[in-house]
Design a protein around this ligand. Sequence first.
Ligand code: SF4
Length: 362
Amino acid sequence: MTELMDEAEMRQYNEQARRSGMLTIKVPPHYQRLVGEEIETLGRRGGPLYRVAYPTTERMDLRAGHEVPDFVEDRTNMPAGLESVLIHKYRNRALFLVTDVCAGHCMYCFRQDVLTDLQGSELPALEKRLDRVIGYLRGNPQVTEVILSGGDPLSVPFGHLKQVMGRLSAETAVGDIRMHTRNVAFAPQVLSERVCELLGRHRVRVYLHLVHPYEIAEPVIEGVRRLISHGVRLYGQFPILRGINDRCEVLERMIRTMDDLGVNPINLFVPDPINHSAPFRIPMRRLLSLMDNLYWTTPSWSNAVCLVLDTPIGKVRREDITGWDGESGIITFRRQEKTVTYHDFPKALDVPGDLETLLWKG
Ligand code: SF4
């Protein structure tokens, strides 16, 4: 079968996904075209872009032990009255879940649990949520940085976006606004002239979530240039995902392409051990070895890129590892007097991506 997915298959998967608290399939036309080209070249499904947006057979069937619905425990950091609206984990930084909508759904999404909950309930109007966020921030002036996330903040209508930026700048102590977006990969037309101008005017730092070099297609490049022309500072971070970008050559190409475009690569993430994440996870030893290879084979300008794991106690790195039990696979991290344990992905389940498939354009 070389078509994307037929109606019946999609319906069947979506029903199963809804029952299991997982995101349904949602692929906008731009991304469908990219996946279509990949299938045509490979002569089959299952290439890296396909795996981002469509389920493979292992999506439901492959499970690793110790998977949890929400590894980073987002909900425990939502202040009273701001449930499903604001996550306040670090002293001076808070994350505003502006919307529950994304232009497309990523099969590997780490926020699947919170997002499916939000999508299953009725969110109060953005104005009401914004009022509450502004009230909280005024009572907590130590918060000087707000991250707009979701869902994808570029899914909200322009007028709302303008209101969010305007009120954060005028009514709170927030000096730094950051925006995390992946809509750019799914629907690059979101980077319209007026959106780029607005982001530039409020000196927003934009973090682009792109996971494979072939996502950086011409319309994305045009959008990125438009952002830069309005003075927007751009950063890149993405997870290392099995069967999508889990080879040094792919990571290197990503980092180089981002750098050529003027996007500053910051963090590479260890996939969260959430429910049904097994098709994308990689054992820690292989992740560390990928990072070492990247360090030794890429120029020094890219050596600041870090591998991080987001946890209930914040982001941890390899230097925070204080214990590693090879037999049970339990890795212990310590950060600012707090510890957290992580169950490693079993080596026996690890089938690394095939380089020719991952870089099918050559
Ligand atoms: S765009 Fe982000 S929040 Fe939306 S499904 Fe993808 S990873 Fe999840």
